[in-house]
Design a protein around this ligand. Structure first.
Ligand SMILES: [Zn+2]
Length: 168
């Protein structure tokens, strides 16, 4: 798992993307660069990549989330509580672009992390991939533009339990 890198410029997308999707590289770099350099995200992004997964869609149903490349934008992290934006391209088992807003979870049945907003785009071909990456980065940019930047606000919005007062 190479990484983390704070910029898409350091991610060797050519080695990471499946052969038939490599032509989308320039579009992906342009979109990811806009995300990396957003004033609310700058120096908060962490990219990882997995070249060993590029051309091996999983045949086993047990491995149904095989990452090719992912980034996490950490907006808040107090150790106990956090707010992160995530974006990845993965085999699920079809090639899929996934984006989410994640907060620390205080549900009675603790999930550790809870996705309060998520979206997935299954893609077939480089144009699909570029379109899905456009939609996913737009979803995250919307959050970077307007927040909220407080995990509690997201939990209220999602109807989730609050963090215990003593730990806030
Ligand atoms: Zn939860």
């Amino acid at each position: 798992m190479p990484g983390p890198a704070t910029s898409i410029a350091n991610v060797p997308l050519h080695d990471v993307l499946p052969r038939h999707y490599v032509a989308a590289e320039d579009d992906l770099r342009r979109l990811a660069h806009k995300l990396d350099t957003h004033h609310s995200a700058a120096n908060r992004t962490a990219w990882h990549w997995y070249p060993e997964h590029a051309d091996c869609p999983p045949v086993s149903s047990e491995r149904n989330y095989l990452l090719l490349v992912d980034t996490t934008i950490t907006l808040i992290n107090t150790g106990d509580d956090w707010l992160e934006l995530t974006l990845d391209i993965a085999w699920r088992p079809k090639l899929t672009v996934n984006a989410a807003v994640e907060v620390a979870c205080w549900c009675p049945q603790n999930h550790n992390m809870h996705q309060v907003r998520e979206a997935h785009w299954q893609v077939a071909g480089r144009h699909d991939l570029a379109d899905a990456f456009t939609a996913s980065t737009a979803m995250l940019t919307d959050v970077l533009n307007s927040g909220p930047f407080d995990p509690c606000a997201w939990r209220v919005w999602a109807g989730l339990p609050h963090a215990p007062a003593a730990r806030q």
